[in-house]
Design a protein around this ligand. Structure first.
Ligand code: CS2
Length: 483
């Protein structure tokens, strides 16, 4: 057996764990490639008790990978010249909430914890993506209102911990959302306050008066870790680290500087502290995540398994440029310090990097939670000035084709989405392309009520959907580009 395989020695923690200061909910690959890296470098540069207690809300996997290594793991920068490993020591431990919710609440109630940060994905906020409002009938919300000492959702844990801090006379922690959502700070405040009000209006008032919810824009392309990459890393390091993560070199973190009791010197690791994040967020969600989703559905249907393969197709690459220039950038205010055309050119370079191998299937996940902020907001803005963004309509039509569950060869698609079953049933119940579009537009939590009522949008969408069925993804894109 080669030296790089699991019989290699396990990675061990190189330095003592920093004293705790942050509880992080959602210790997935993105968090390990981003927040924890910035925090590790900030502690190295300026010290401070900002060690991270990570909490898995669902699976024990991260804990099982990290615990034998004392929380240490390898963050690996990918490029065409190879892999660049960096051992990260900022994580102290990982708790598994379903196993011991009391331990999680105890950690979050400790006054030493001054920040609770989140990378729980869009669906973790138990909200209606089209409005941002809390879903009171969401099973986790129902559960957590009934069982405050054993919550399941991030919202339930945050409100229970804040209740305990208030009762003990401790200051609250800052809630730092790091998910790809517009106004993620305000959204977190909204769902948490709504939940708290249902539990205890006085607690909700205290939260409104004392808790800070700064907004952030987060950016680093982080494909899922594969066994092949874990083995490749062991080959070059001589140790085995199943908790390792792989990502591009680029990273950008823009943070509203609004914290109750301090924060690490993330600025010394390159983070940007600003008064208002909105413009950066809109730029990133529409230009990067919007075209990521367009490429995910059209690329997958066209047979491209990765983003780099999709943009290596000249028709798809031209399509992405068309989206930026003609449909997206007219809706994006220029953030201070940014040059929008140059930003898009750098996105294309990031997409082209073959060493990243970011799967279209991975990005295609959870479309029902992603479409509103990535595509539909831009469509609304174009419609509001009398324009019909056909390219974005084609991207939405491709999502509709994708959630139907069969690709262009008739093969089954493994659609991952909290609404996958309902979306599939709606598609299968339709007897014509028009009916399919109507049925899917009927999902108000995704499309709201305004877009389904917009006849211009409906007919543009139906036209693109029909073209997808008759010409395929590549053909429909070519026709749209006038080729
Ligand atoms: C991707 C994002 O999976 C997805 O939905 O679009 O994870 C994307 O890679 C990051 O937001 C980049 O910062």
């Amino acid at each position: 057996m080669g030296a790089g395989l699991p019989d290699s020695p396990r990675l061990t923690r190189p330095t003592p764990a920093p004293a705790p200061g942050i509880v992080h909910l959602g210790p997935g690959a993105f968090f390990r490639a981003f927040n924890a890296v910035y925090t590790d470098e900030a502690i190295a540069a300026a010290g401070g008790d900002w060690g991270i207690i990570a909490v898995s809300l669902r699976s024990p996997t991260a804990r099982d990978q990290l615990a034998p290594q004392g929380g240490a793991y390898t963050s690996v920068t990918l490029s065409e010249t190879g892999m660049e490993p960096q051992v990260i020591g900022a994580i102290r431990e990982v708790l598994v909430a379903p196993e011991d919710p009391g331990a999680v609440l105890a950690a979050m109630s400790d006054p030493a914890i001054r920040i609770v940060s989140l990378t729980i994905t869009e669906k973790g906020y138990c909200h209606a993506p089209s409005s941002g409002a809390l879903l009171p009938d969401h099973p986790d919300i129902q559960h957590d209102l009934a069982a405050p000492d054993a919550p399941r959702s991030a919202i339930g844990f945050i409100v229970s911990a804040l209740a305990r801090r208030r009762a003990a006379g401790h200051a609250p922690f800052t809630v730092l959302s790091c998910d790809n959502l517009p106004g993620n700070g305000a959204l977190a405040r909204g769902v948490i306050s709504d939940f708290a009000r249902r539990r205890d209006p006085d607690l909700a008032n205290w939260i409104a008066e004392t808790v800070r919810f700064p907004a952030t824009m987060v950016d680093r392309i982080t494909p899922a870790t594969t066994p092949e990459r874990v083995a490749a890393l062991a080959e070059i390091t001589g140790y085995h680290d199943p908790a390792c993560v792989f990502h591009e070199d680029f990273r950008q973190w823009v943070i509203e500087d609004d914290f109750t009791a301090g924060r690490p010197r993330w600025d010394l690791a390159g983070a940007q502290f600003v008064a208002n994040v909105d413009a950066h967020e809109t730029m990133k969600l529409r230009c990067l995540n919007g075209t990521h989703s367009a490429l995910a559905y059209l690329g997958y249907l066209a047979g491209h398994d990765t983003i780099s393969a999709a943009v290596a197709d000249p028709v798809m690459a031209r399509f992405v440029r068309h989206l930026w220039e003609a449909e997206i950038l007219p809706t994006v205010p220029r953030p201070e310090g940014e040059d929008l055309p140059a930003y898009c050119a750098s996105l294309m370079a990031r997409y082209r990097d073959p060493s990243i191998r970011h799967l279209t299937w991975q990005i295609a996940m959870d479309g029902s939670q992603k479409l509103p902020q990535r595509l539909l907001g831009t469509i609304r803005d174009r419609r509001a000035v009398g324009q019909t963004p056909e390219g974005l309509c084609l991207a939405v039509a491709a999502w509709m084709r994708y959630v139907g569950g069969r690709d262009e060869t008739g093969a089954e698609i493994d659609v991952r989405d909290p609404l996958a079953e309902a979306l599939r049933a709606a598609s299968e119940g339709a007897t014509s392309p028009e009916e399919t579009v109507d049925a899917l537009l009927g999902f108000e939590a995704i499309f709201g009520t305004d877009l389904p009522a917009d006849a211009g949008f409906r007919s543009a969408l139906t036209l693109q959907y029909e073209r997808l069925l008759s010409l395929g993804a590549s053909g429909a894109v070519a026709v749209l580009l006038g080729q």
